[in-house]
Design a protein around this ligand. Structure first.
Ligand SMILES: *[C@@H]1O[C@H](CO)[C@@H](O)[C@H](O)[C@H]1NC(C)=O
Ligand SMILES: *[C@@H]1O[C@H](CO)[C@@H](O)[C@H](O)[C@H]1NC(C)=O
Ligand SMILES: *[C@@H]1O[C@H](CO)[C@@H](O)[C@H](O)[C@H]1NC(C)=O
Ligand SMILES: *[C@@H]1O[C@H](CO)[C@@H](O)[C@H](O)[C@H]1NC(C)=O
Ligand SMILES: *[C@@H]1O[C@H](CO)[C@@H](O)[C@H](O)[C@H]1NC(C)=O
Ligand SMILES: *[C@@H]1O[C@H](CO)[C@@H](O)[C@H](O)[C@H]1NC(C)=O
Ligand SMILES: *[C@@H]1O[C@H](CO)[C@@H](O)[C@H](O)[C@H]1NC(C)=O
Length: 354
C-alpha cells in the first residue's frame, strides 16, 4: 500500500487547525504565558472601495505560520476561517500546505513580511465590512490575538434636496414648510448643515448657517406669498353734488395682482374695482365705506389661498346751510286810535350741516 505522506500531513494539520478553530469559536483561551500574538491596528479604519491591511505579529521566533478568522458582528455569527498562511522558511515566502488554506484571491492579498509577521489585506473594503471582527493566531504554539473591529468610512458623495422638488419654492406667508435634505449612504452618518442664502444666490460669503430644525421666518424666504394691505384715509370730505372718485390705496402682496371691492354700511351697496365712484354725491351718501383688497396666493404645490385686507373710511358729504321754512304770520288789532297795523314775522329755520 502506498501512503502519500504529503496528503496525510495536510490532513493532520487541517484536523489540528479545525480543532483549534473550534476552541476559538468556543472562546477558550489558547495563550501560552510569556508569548503573545498581536493583531494591528487595534482600531482598523478604512475607506469603502479602498484596501485595508491587518498585520499579525508573534513574539515567538519559531512560528510556522498564522491563521486568520473573522466574523460578522451584526448577525453574531461564529468566526470562520479566512486563511492559514505558513512560512516557506527556505524561500522566505508564504506557503500553503493545503490549497483550501489560501485566502480568496478575489478578496484578499497577503504578505509574509517576516517569519514572525504576516499581513492580510482586504482588497476592496465594502460597506458590509463595517461589521467585521477579526482575530489572528500564531502556530505553534497557538496564541490568539486580541479581537479588532473594522470601521468603514464612506465619504459623502451625493447630497440632494428632496423637498421641495422645484427650483423656486412658493409658500404662503406664516405657513410652515419642511425642507428635506437627503445624503446618500455615508459612514459615519453625515451631519447636515443648512445655510440661509441671504437672498444673494452665488455669494456664499453672506450665507448664514442654520442649526438643524431651525425655524426660518417667511420673510427670509424669497418667494413667500403674502396678502395685500389696504391703506385708506379715515375721513374723506366732499361737498354735496360733487363727483366722488376715490381710489383705494394698498400695499401689494405677493403676487401683486389684486382685486378690489367697495361697500357701505347703511344699505350694503357694493362697487367693484379699485375706485369708488359716485357721480353726484347726495347727503344720503354720507356713510362708512369699506374697501377690500384680495390676491390669490398659489404655492408650488398648487395649493391656493386668498389673502385679503379691509379698511373703512368715513365719507362726509358737506352741504351749505339753507332756509328750510319761511312762515308768515298776520295779526290784527285795533288800537285806541283805530289804527290798523299789520306785522309780518319771518321765522328762519337753519339746518346746519352735519
Ligand atoms: C470595490 O467594490 C465595489 C462594489 O463591489 C466596486 O464597485 C468597485 O469597483 C471595487 N473597487 C475596486 C478598486 O476594485
Ligand atoms: C523553495 O526552495 C526550495 C529549495 O530551497 C525549492 O525546491 C522550491 O522550489 C522553492 N519553492 C518555491 C515556491 O520557490
Ligand atoms: C453581516 O450581516 C448583516 C446582517 O445580517 C448583512 O447585512 C451583511 O451583509 C453581513 N456582512 C457580510 C460581510 O457578510
Ligand atoms: C468589537 O465589537 C464587539 C461586538 O460589538 C464588542 O463586544 C467588542 O468589544 C468590540 N471590540 C473592540 C476592540 O472594539
Ligand atoms: C405672520 O406672522 C407675523 C408674526 O407672527 C404677524 O405679525 C403677521 O400678522 C402674520 N401675517 C399673517 C398674514 O398672518
Ligand atoms: C356716472 O357717469 C358716467 C359718465 O359720466 C355714466 O357712464 C354712469 O352710468 C354714471 N353712473 C351712474 C350711477 O349714474
Ligand atoms: C401646477 O399647475 C400648473 C399649471 O396648471 C402645472 O403646470 C404644474 O405642473 C402644477 N404643479 C403641480 C405641483 O401640480
Amino acid at each position: 500500500m502506498h501512503i502519500d505522506i504529503r496528503c496525510l500531513f495536510t490532513y493532520i494539520m487541517y484536523a489540528i487547525h479545525t480543532f483549534v478553530d473550534i476552541l476559538i469559536c468556543l472562546g477558550l483561551p489558547l495563550g501560552i504565558s510569556g508569548q503573545h500574538t498581536v493583531l494591528s491596528p487595534v482600531d482598523p479604519v478604512g475607506w469603502e472601495g479602498e484596501p485595508l491591511t491587518l498585520t499579525c505579529e508573534s513574539s515567538a521566533e519559531d512560528v510556522v505560520g498564522f491563521g486568520w478568522n473573522s466574523r460578522n458582528r451584526s448577525d453574531s455569527s461564529w468566526f470562520h476561517l479566512v486563511a492559514i498562511i505558513y512560512n516557506d522558511v527556505a524561500n522566505l515566502t508564504c506557503a500553503f500546505p493545503a490549497a483550501e488554506w489560501a485566502p480568496n484571491a478575489a478578496l484578499f492579498d497577503y504578505n509574509c513580511i517576516l517569519r514572525t509577521k504576516h499581513s492580510l489585506t482586504l482588497k476592496n473594503l465594502t460597506f458590509d465590512n463595517r461589521w467585521d471582527e477579526w482575530v489572528c493566531r500564531s502556530y505553534s504554539p497557538t496564541i490568539e490575538s486580541s479581537h479588532v473591529n473594522v470601521s468603514v468610512l464612506v465619504p459623502v458623495k451625493l447630497v440632494n434636496i428632496e423637498q421641495p422638488t422645484v427650483d423656486t419654492l412658493r409658500i404662503i406667508e406664516n405657513s410652515s414648510y419642511t425642507f428635506v435634505c437627503m445624503v446618500m449612504r455615508s459612514l459615519p452618518a453625515a451631519s447636515v448643515l443648512w445655510y440661509h442664502d441671504n437672498k444673494t444666490p452665488g455669494l456664499p460669503a453672506d450665507d448664514v448657517t442654520l442649526t438643524s430644525r431651525a425655524l426660518v421666518t417667511t420673510e427670509e424666504i424669497l418667494n413667500a406669498d403674502n396678502g395685500p394691505q389696504v391703506e385708506l384715509i379715515p375721513l374723506f370730505n366732499i361737498p354735496e353734488g360733487n363727483e366722488l372718485s376715490y381710489k383705494c390705496g394698498y400695499i401689494p402682496g405677493n403676487p401683486s395682482e389684486a382685486t378690489f371691492s367697495w361697500s357701505r354700511t347703511s344699505d350694503d351697496k357694493h362697487w367693484n374695482g379699485q375706485t369708488l365712484i359716485i357721480n353726484s354725491t347726495h347727503r344720503s351718501d354720507d356713510d362708512i365705506y369699506t374697501c377690500k383688497v384680495s390676491n390669490l396666493m398659489t404655492t408650488s404645490e398648487n395649493e391656493t389661498q386668498i389673502g385679503s385686507d379691509i379698511k373703512t373710511m368715513r365719507v362726509n358729504v358737506q352741504y351749505r346751510s339753507d332756509i328750510s321754512r319761511l312762515q308768515t304770520k298776520s295779526s290784527k288789532y285795533v288800537s285806541d286810535a283805530y289804527d290798523e297795523v299789520s306785522t309780518m314775522e319771518a321765522f328762519r329755520y337753519e339746518t346746519l350741516g352735519k
